[in-house]
Design a protein around this ligand. Structure first.
Ligand SMILES: *Cc1c(COP(=O)(O)O)cnc(C)c1O
Length: 449
């Protein structure tokens, strides 16, 4: 009972000088929480003493936890360029600075300054994308999952969509083609077998309820061996002959030819556009290397119908998205791919990576056992499934710690590496030059504790 009586009073407690300059209502709220907790612990005998200093510390800790940003910078040393868990694609600082004015001022997002009246939100981005891809029109939505949903809902509600069994994919989290299709109101007609689908399978399934022939990028797996799939080119032709829509959910989609011979497996959006498709959609933040968005390109008459669907209002994108995307597409048009970090990382030579690895190795040679390793990595993010690209990593061992401990110690310092062949690796495919100083500091800290 004595202990209960010695619990400080809230109004007195919050006068502690350690709370000076902090937000009083928040301090009051956390104080009430901490004191209530203390009261309960005294009553159930799990506490037999406390100090005021200790209580103040607890309140300050709760306060800091709330005030400090929860979303923070990490160093991606995994080697996976399009890492969905680490935010997928980065935006170059210069690009970000260019679009700052749009976010911080009024602008012509939906205003035509020449005519002095309402303009079109998507007109700005159409200009650059249509120039790059030679398409008739463009629509941008929140992400590619929204694009798929909007397209199915607009054209295939209560109608049939023909898809190959080999392409009914689940792409991490909550995107499964059959489920998305059901929720959009479309009826899925599966054709072919898991490993093989022929053109005649689609042909035989077409009837007067068919609205669309859809192709889906397999994204996170590939079917090897005794397998075949129908090329989109052939689906476009079949769709035209039968007066239905052809649509390819490309998943990642990229706007320039990929290095390391990857283009033979993954043709660019531009290549598909040359076949004159009805509709294509792809992500803005996978291999395109821009912001989260779903990009729909194709025939004007179909894009016009998508724009009339009420759903678009729920899926529409903000000015910041459109402004960054416009800048990134312009960089691609101008051939300035170094302004797009995802592409810059993808196109870096192993010699450049090795140079950065050497810089780090030299800086930590006296505190860590290091070895430069030529190895392979994946692009990630549901792009180029089962294909690898060359990379250079530095294996790092400090104080004889095991690889798992190394991984954890670096992770606790916001540096995410990977383990390969029982070694802890920092992969230079994704480490930015500016990150090296921070990695050196972390290594020193680990060796000092
Ligand atoms: C990644 C992916 C999606 C989802 O795209 P988000 O931009 O992440 O919404 C849809 N379809 C395929 C084939 C994909 O690879």
């Amino acid at each position: 009972m004595f202990l209960l009586k010695s619990i400080p009073k809230v109004d007195k407690f919050i006068e502690n000088e350690k709370f000076d300059g902090l937000c009083t209502p928040l301090i009051v709220s956390f104080t009430q929480e901490v004191l209530q907790n203390l009261r309960e612990n005294i009553l159930n005998n799990s506490v037999d003493s406390f100090s005021e200093d200790e209580l103040v510390k607890r309140v300050l800790q709760k306060y800091e936890e709330l005030i400090n940003p929860s979303l923070k910078k990490l160093i991606n040393a995994t080697g996976v360029i399009v890492h969905t868990n680490l935010g997928r694609s980065l935006i170059d600082e210069k690009t970000f600075d260019k679009v700052k004015t749009i976010a911080t001022s009024y602008n012509n997002l939906e205003y035509d300054t020449a005519k002095g009246k309402r303009g079109e939100r998507y007109s700005h981005i159409s200009k650059v994308i249509c120039k790059l891809l030679g398409c008739e029109d463009v629509l941008i939505v929140n992400n590619n999952a929204s694009a798929v949903f909007l397209i199915l809902n607009t054209f295939a509600k209560k109608k049939e969509v023909i898809v190959s069994r080999g392409e009914l994919v689940e792409i991490g989290g909550s995107f499964r083609v059959p489920d998305v299709m059901r929720d959009s109101g479309a009826k899925l007609i599966e054709v072919g077998a898991t490993n093989k689908t022929h053109l005649r399978d689609y042909e035989n399934a077409i009837n007067n309820k068919t609205s669309m022939l859809m192709k889906v990028h397999k994204s996170n797996y590939s079917i090897e061996g005794f397998s075949s799939e129908v090329e989109f080119k052939e689906l476009i032709k079949l769709a035209k002959e039968n007066d239905v829509i052809d649509y390819y959910d490309m998943g990642s989609g990229h706007l320039i030819d990929l290095p390391y011979g990857l283009d033979q497996y993954e043709p660019s959006v531009l290549k598909y556009m040359q076949e004159n498709p009805s509709l294509l959609s792809f992500s803005g933040d996978k291999l395109l290397g821009s912001v989260q968005a779903g990009i729909i390109v194709g025939k004007k008459e179909y894009i016009a119908k998508l724009k009339k669907n009420q759903l678009l209002r729920m899926l529409r994108v903000d000015k910041i998205t459109l402004a960054i995307l416009e800048e990134n597409i312009k960089s691609i048009l101008l051939g300035q791919i170094d302004d797009i970090p995802t592409l810059k990382m993808l196109f870096s030579s192993t010699d450049e990576l090795r140079e950065n690895a050497l810089t780090l190795q030299d800086a930590i040679a006296d505190i860590a056992e290091c070895e430069i390793i030529d190895t392979k990595t994946v692009i990630g993010g549901g792009t180029t499934p089962n294909r690898t690209i060359p990379t250079v990593a530095l294996s790092v061992k400090i104080k004889n710690y095991k690889q798992n401990k190394m991984e954890k110690l670096f992770r606790q310092r916001d540096i995410i590496g990977r383990i390969e062949d029982d070694k802890f690796l920092l992969d230079f495919r994704t480490i930015q030059k500016d990150d090296i100083a921070q990695i050196i500091d972390a290594a020193k800290e680990i060796s000092d504790v």
